[in-house]
Design a protein around this ligand. Sequence first.
Ligand SMILES: Cc1cc2nc3c(=O)[nH]c(=O)nc-3n(C[C@H](O)[C@H](O)[C@H](O)COP(=O)(O)OP(=O)(O)OC[C@H]3O[C@@H](n4cnc5c(N)ncnc54)[C@H](O)[C@@H]3O)c2cc1C
Length: 381
Amino acid sequence: MTIVIVGAGLGGLRTAQELRKQGYDGGLVLVGDEPHLPYDRPPLSKEVIRGEREDTTFENEEYFAENRIELRLGVAVVRVDTENTMLELADGSTLPYDQLVIATGLRPRRVPSLPDLDGVHVLRSRDDAESLRRDASAAARAVVVGAGFVGCEVAAGLRHLGVDVTLVEPQATPLASVLGSDVGELVSRLHRDEGVTVRTGVGVDTLRGTERVTHVVLSDGTELAADLVVIGIGSTPVVEVLEASGVTVDNGVVADAYGRTDVRGVWAVGDVAAWDHPQHGRRRVEHWSNVGDQVRVMVPALLGKEPAAPRPAVPYFWSDQYDVKIQALGSPSADDSVEIVEDDGRKFLAYYVRDGILTAVVGAGMAGAVMKMRAKIGQPT
Ligand SMILES: Cc1cc2nc3c(=O)[nH]c(=O)nc-3n(C[C@H](O)[C@H](O)[C@H](O)COP(=O)(O)OP(=O)(O)OC[C@H]3O[C@@H](n4cnc5c(N)ncnc54)[C@H](O)[C@@H]3O)c2cc1C
């Protein structure tokens, strides 16, 4: 029996670890296209950008040897042949499997119409972070395009380095599509208070510069001088390996509430996976804690120890911006009705309600108040 995991990120690593923890003793191969040992991504937009940490590797090589997890790093899987239960790798080799886990994550969206200039960055990988960190240490003026979590965290990190930052967001506020505009406005205030120029309701038209970027031209015609540009406009699931495999892909790898796809022996986990959720229907979640929650449900099912019904954990995610930790418990939606229950001008607490049910609690610098609401999530208000 051989279980092969495609993608050596958080989902791939956690799946391998849980398989061993649950007593799986057979062959276990983790294939990753990056040359690095599995590493943690959240610090990339926080400590790594600020220059406080370089290495975010989870486990060293000895760990993998001791746990008999065979690593195939620096080589991409290019095709999944589900008929012959075989993978084709970029180095021309093949790899047979009995069970296959897809954990290929996301790749950052780019704007194809923008010219390819030095000083323009996206942030997903360790290599992205190292390159951004190098440029950031010499930058004076940065434009961050997109005020999602990564954009907001990068803006905060650059301010920490003393860089002059403009945050450009086409929606009405930062984080509007995730947390709604009431809470988004409070996040905007946090950035303004830290000296960030927040430009909302406007997009990017083009970039100027010869080799290196010098200016960002906004859709309203404004030209912003910049020696560093970070594009943080979201990410898309990495699913090409499944082309012609028979596995259904629809904004991610479609899977049931255990991670099982519609092709026997193929599973999907992490940011790339669009799992069926008992309460929310099919959804793809791009947060760290979700990976562990999914692995704990998927691995017993993969080993044939299926529980009677999946018991989804209360979702959790966080984002660190300046000295403030924004935390969300539950599943906030931008169109929930939002009540700001505390606001001291910097820290805040908000309740999200839909159809009379508390869907989520979001706090900034309010860890205790958020966590003590755990049992109330999903209950009538
Ligand atoms: C900068 C940044 C900051 C973040 N901060 C937070 C945070 O504060 N809070 C939070 O909750 N979440 C945060 N996240 C999200 C969290 O890191 C992700 O949810 C988590 O990494 C998902 O793990 P994954 O294994 O699904 O994907 P990934 O970690 O992306 O791993 C997928 C791996 O598969 C590899 N791969 C892709 N295709 C192939 C192929 N064909 N063959 C072989 N390998 C392949 C990729 O290169 C990658 O190494 C952050 C993410 C980023 C990028």
